[in-house]
Design a protein around this ligand. Structure first.
Ligand SMILES: C[S@@+](CC[C@H](N)C(=O)[O-])C[C@H]1O[C@@H](n2cnc3c(N)ncnc32)[C@H](O)[C@@H]1O
Length: 223
């Protein structure tokens, strides 16, 4: 397939892995029935990287179906090997750009979204590429059910402030937020550290986190 061309080895490894879904276009509205063969809720992580976070989460929550999404093939090979090694039955992996999510998931199909240490795209002219830009939030809105949550963590204060501003301007309801996750008793309680999180914490960075409803507040009808 076009999306796997030029990287023969990655192509082979991923094709041979049962957790990697190459024909994801076929499952819009059918992920539970045809991929997971159960009715458990589906949670996705966008930009999973090497996958430490989603693997630990999946291990702790065997009754949730997880889908790890990243647009970098070589990283997904590492994640796929980890899922195999740990024999995690409740994770599937997709090579996809976040902007395409509504082509593969139907409204109400996803119950929760995790965004961890998304690329900050610091230049203003690249702001639309940020995974918390309103264009992306609108896409997440198209695939999620009512009361679905997004959990977003970043070391990057500018990306965090941009995100909070976007949420406020567009009327998304924030449940909780912190500028210092490690010292926030409530939000840090069951925190699973990602690869980037560990790296940035070792360098002394504070971690920011916000949890919000992805369905917008209606006027006079707050969630
Ligand atoms: C900085 S890394 C963070 C990886 C991991 N979440 C962590 O915290 O260790 C960002 C990841 O997001 C992926 N990514 C960036 N933009 C993306 C997009 N538009 N769609 C899907 N994945 C994306 C990158 O390929 C990369 O693996």
């Amino acid at each position: 397939m076009a999306r796997l061309r030029n990287i023969k080895n990655s192509n082979e490894i991923l094709s041979n892995s049962k957790n990697f879904i190459n024909d994801f276009e076929n499952y819009k509205g059918k992920w539970n029935k045809e991929v997971f063969h159960n009715t458990n809720p589906i949670h996705i992580e966008i930009g999973s990287g090497k996958g430490k976070f989603i693997c630990e989460l999946a291990l702790q929550n065997p009754n949730i179906n997880f889908i790890a999404i990243d647009r970098a093939e070589s990283i997904l090979v590492k994640l796929s090997k980890k899922v195999d090694l740990e024999k995690l039955e409740n994770i599937r992996i997709i090579l996809l750009d976040a902007s395409k999510l509504s082509t593969i998931f139907k409204k109400n199909e996803i119950e929760k979204i995790y965004l961890n240490f998304s690329d900050p795209w610091p230049k203003k002219r690249h702001s639309k590429r940020r995974l918390t830009h309103i264009n992306h939030l609108n896409i997440y809105n198209e695939i999620t059910s009512k009361n679905s949550l997004v959990e977003f963590k970043t070391d990057n204060i500018n990306l965090f402030l941009f995100t909070l501003e976007t949420l406020e301007e567009n009327n998304f309801a924030i449940i909780s937020k912190t500028f210092d996750l490690e010292n926030d008793d409530k939000l840090n309680k069951q925190n699973i550290k990602t690869e980037y999180e560990k790296k940035f914490m070792e360098k002394g960075f504070k971690i920011n986190k916000v949890v919000f409803y992805i369905n917008k507040k209606e006027k006079n009808n707050e969630i």
